[in-house]
Design a protein around this ligand. Structure first.
Ligand SMILES: [Cu+2]
Length: 182
């Protein structure tokens, strides 16, 4: 998922909430004939000066709150979806994927489906998804996937994901990362 989608979802939730609550305000009203006095011998003049609309009096009094509950449930579903959805992490944050970004992942918690965005000068580095042996020995096992655009998105799979830069000397200098995704 793109990074903006979380706030887009929150906006959608608020718009839906507003629509539902506004719908609540705009919906037909329930008038109690005679107000507190009720429908009595003296309530004949009660309607004087009031403006009614077609559909008024037809709605049950509880429907307004039912609508509000529906709005809140939708809001929760949307906001919860927001929390559960995958995140995009820029490796090394502002610094990007460099010789010194090996420790960047320390203390962070990742989940399968999260996306790592590797940013670096094209040609200066690359990103190779390797296995544990490749990570340990700074070698590229046959069949490893190499990314080299300088703006590479890699989706984490469950378990440990290993990445190295295969430009000679870089991995040995610390340009390697092992990331555990829950
Ligand atoms: Cu490199």
């Amino acid at each position: 998922m793109a990074q903006g989608s979380g706030s887009a979802r929150a906006v959608l939730a608020l718009v839906l909430l507003c629509m539902l609550l506004h719908g609540d305000l705009a919906e037909s009203k329930v008038y109690t004939v005679g107000d507190r006095g009720g429908w009595t011998l003296s309530s004949g003049g009660w309607s004087r000066g009031k403006r009614f609309r077609a559909g008024d009096l037809a709605m049950a009094q509880g429907s307004g709150s039912a609508r509000a509950v529906l709005a809140l449930v939708l809001l929760c579903v949307l906001l919860h979806g927001d929390l559960a959805e995958s995140k995009v992490y820029t490796v090394g944050d502002r610094g990007g994927w460099t010789l010194s970004s090996g420790g960047w992942s320390r203390g962070k918690r990742f989940r399968a489906g999260d996306v790592l965005l590797f940013k670096y000068g094209r040609g200066a580095h690359n990103v190779v998804a390797v296995n544990a042996a490749g990570y340990r020995s700074c070698s590229v096992p046959r069949g490893s996937r190499t990314y080299s655009s300088g703006n590479d998105r890699v989706t984490l799979s469950r378990g440990t994901n290993y990445f190295i830069c295969s430009i000679p000397g870089h991995c040995g200098a610390g340009m390697k990362m092992a990331i555990n995704a829950a």
